[in-house]
Design a binder for this molecule. Sequence first.
Ligand SMILES: [Zn+2]
Length: 468
Amino acid sequence: MKNKFYITTPIYYTNAKPHIGHAYTTVAADILARWNKSQGKDVFFLMGTDEHGAKIQKKADELGKSPKEFVDEISGEFKSLWNDLKISYDNFIRTTDEKHIVAVSKMLQSIYDAGAIKKGEYEGLYCVGCEQFLNESDLVDGKCPDHNTVPEKMKEESYLLDMRSKQDELIGKIESDEFEISPERYKKEVLAFLKNNELKDLSISRKNVQWGIPLPFDKEYTTYVWVDAFINYLTGIGWDGNIENIPEKWPADVQLIGKDILRVHATIWPIVLMYLGFPLPKRLFVHGHILSGGKKMSKTLGNVIGIDEMLEKFGVDGTRYLLMGAGTFGEDVDVTMERMIEKYNSDLANGLGNLVSRVIKLREGDDEIKKEIKPVADMSSYFSNMELGHGLEFIWNMISEDNKFIEENKPWELKKTDQEKFRSVMEKLITDLHSISELLIPFMPETSEKIKRALEEGKTEILFQRIK
Ligand SMILES: [Zn+2]
């Protein structure tokens, strides 16, 4: 399929409500999807929820609900948040969808028939928080660094996927960028891990977890939740589990993930694909975490910033702007409510909002001024390099230059003293505003619409109300 752009976010785990970190990845994916659409690409944007596993079973039990009731609720909350944030997704997949379950089951049977899955005994350190076995070398002071808990020693009869046989081939594909992992430091990190550790067999089954997809060749076991989850990237574009039927949208052009799930996405996922004989994703892009006041957000520290709180304060586009404008996409970014309010007031209320209202008011009653649109600045390199925060900075440079230009030229005086100069000043400003409204489409779709309407109708509302 030519000219396609298939982008995914991780499917989010439904053990708790959506938070700012989910919104961060999702808004970034939405910006990339909208940009590619504006470039005439045939875009498919997949997202969804990951709904099986021990953690969910346990949570539902605690609440006296069935796991399905529980995940229905949480999955619904994710969906409604994405609607609030104006996320332009094409499909929302749930791993409890019947079609997904059937496909995972077929897929496992094929790999089993090919001899890559064998029954054996697995012993390891299991973190329930991660839902995965950890290596000794992953632990910090004997604890999972992401969950700050001591993993349980677990030993059980298990079905094991041979990972070692594909290890060298995987290293080759990462080195050659056939399977590109970026930013570069994450590629290096994965390669260092793969070169210094022999991949152990992966346990793909769980004996005591009922809330999962039963193994087709042994119904006493359910499928390890990560293996189940990865397949969404295929079933979400209609794959039926038959290895002859590679979906035409596959491979993914970009898969966005947070750095905490890099290891599994760079080992288990590509190796499963290699067993299926499918091409690997073209690009795995890894981003950092959102910190609050330099620390991981946590209830105990009291530094959690809720995504609902942001939406209420800053509106949809304000929230999208502040998330993506928080720093370099790819690295950890640090936010505080105080700084976000400051940025909202200076960049949105004063910067953009002020520019739009001044230009529209100055033009009032003068329809002679040309409405010509010059070709907008080329921002494609920002998108291909995933420099979304820098893309916004580029637009905001234009905005502050224009505000400066207004102060220097004082068009309200020129209007009375020098009509010719007034016209030329206004023509530049209106042309720039057209460009700005175009450039904002992927980032702030509603604001872009409002500016276009204001230019069209010659009047404007207040775009961003100052926050005290
Ligand atoms: Zn953990």
